[in-house]
Design a protein around this ligand. Structure first.
Ligand SMILES: Cc1ncc(COP(=O)(O)O)c(C=O)c1O
Length: 354
């Protein structure tokens, strides 16, 4: 730390992203990327734009917003796009949680909520998950803070039903309710259907998972025109050109290939179910996931040990040392071949413990 850093940031604990290895050819199951490449038209669309990089990108992202609006049946004024959904979360914490308002979210959830809370000096009400790792919707009723729920939740993969989300909204008419649907395409129920009824609902999505564009950094969200305008105000007050030309074009091309999207997401769901079954046969505890990852614990082997043993066998997964979940590892669903190798490695790890 230099002597110039503002005192309010001195104690900040930044988010630690999953490892992006260089050199060694790992089976990479640690950051919930799609194991398949982007839709075939994406590369050419991005390359076309690469030839025009002397020009700024469209700060209003009009074509991208229009395409999203068309695909999801909304108006472009109800759509916001950003440099990854992380940036949308950051903007929302900045815009809606200050001045004695705050945010409420579960203790076990996406780690960045806590970091944004700290960064912006937000008063965070952190609610424990139930014993079975599910979210109790009534924990969030009658809030005077922004409610933030990842659905499916991370790193558990577990879901709230649309009826539960509706109840949370019904009991919180006067604060923003942000539903982070980073993983919803893999089998969750989207809150999008509730948008016409609730002007305080913000549905946050990403191209990083189901659309195979993690490296492009493209997030989007849906909400009432007022909420979207608020986010635009923050964006135009920080970095109007937050989306480069190539990423905008890549996003449009990915959206236009609905068939490829359905095919790849369907393949991941099928592989997830097969892998969960195989892991249970090995004696593992596997939480019921509707995401593109599985949260898994092996009987009698701490999560940190599983992480290290898999790494030694060339497989990267993710481990969190927080209480209650330190026995688990989070495993991204890869190709069937990768999952076969994972299951063989886990069987080997279990055998070598016995
Ligand atoms: C629940 C959740 N929300 C948001 C994000 C951020 O995704 P991105 O910034 O790549 O859009 C992630 C990434 O892992 C996530 O797990």
């Amino acid at each position: 730390m230099s002597r110039f850093l503002d005192a309010r940031f001195a104690g900040l604990t930044p988010y630690v992203p999953g490892e992006q290895p260089r050199g060694f050819d790992y089976i990479k199951l640690n950051t919930n990327e799609l194991p398949y490449p982007p839709a075939p038209a994406v590369a050419a669309a991005a390359e076309m734009e690469a030839r025009r990089l002397q020009l700024y990108s469209d700060p209003e992202s009009r074509e991208l917003k229009e395409t999203l609006a068309e695909v999801y049946g909304l108006s472009p004024q109800e759509v916001f796009v950003s440099n990854g959904s992380d940036e949308i979360l950051s903007f929302a914490f900045m815009a809606f949680c200050g001045e004695g308002r705050g945010a409420a979210f579960p203790d076990i959830t996406y780690g960045f909520y806590r970091v944004y809370g700290e960064l912006y000096g937000v008063d965070c009400d952190i609610r424990p998950l139930r014993e079975d790792f599910s979210i109790d919707p009534s924990d969030y009723f009658g809030n005077d803070r922004m409610v933030v729920i990842a659905n499916p939740n991370a790193p558990t993969g577990m879901c709230l039903s649309l009826a539960d989300i509706r109840e949370i909204l019904r009991h919180n008419p006067d604060v923003p309710v942000l539903i982070d649907e980073a993983y919803v395409d893999f089998g969750g129920e989207s809150a999008l259907a509730l948008l016409p009824e609730y002007d305080n609902l913000l549905v946050v999505r990403t191209f990083s998972k189901s659309r195979a564009l993690a490296g492009g950094r493209l997030g989007f969200c849906f909400g009432s025109e007022g909420l979207i305008r608020d986010l635009e105000t923050i964006k135009f007050s920080t970095n109007p050109y937050n989306l480069d030309r190539m990423t905008q074009a890549a996003g449009i091309a990915a959206l236009r290939d609905g068939e490829y999207f359905e095919k790849t997401v369907g393949a991941v769901i099928k592989t997830r179910e097969e892998t969960a079954e195989n892991l249970r046969k090995l004696g593992a505890r596997v939480l019921p996931s509707r995401a593109n990852f599985l949260f898994v614990s092996l009987p009698g082997i701490p999560g940190a040990q599983v992480l290290a043993a898999l790494r030694a066998r060339g497989i990267l997964v993710r481990h969190f040392s927080a209480p209650r979940i330190s026995d688990f590892v989070r495993i991204t669903v890869g190709t069937p071949e990768q999952m076969d190798k994972l299951c063989a490695a886990l069987a080997d790890i279990i055998n070598s413990e016995e």
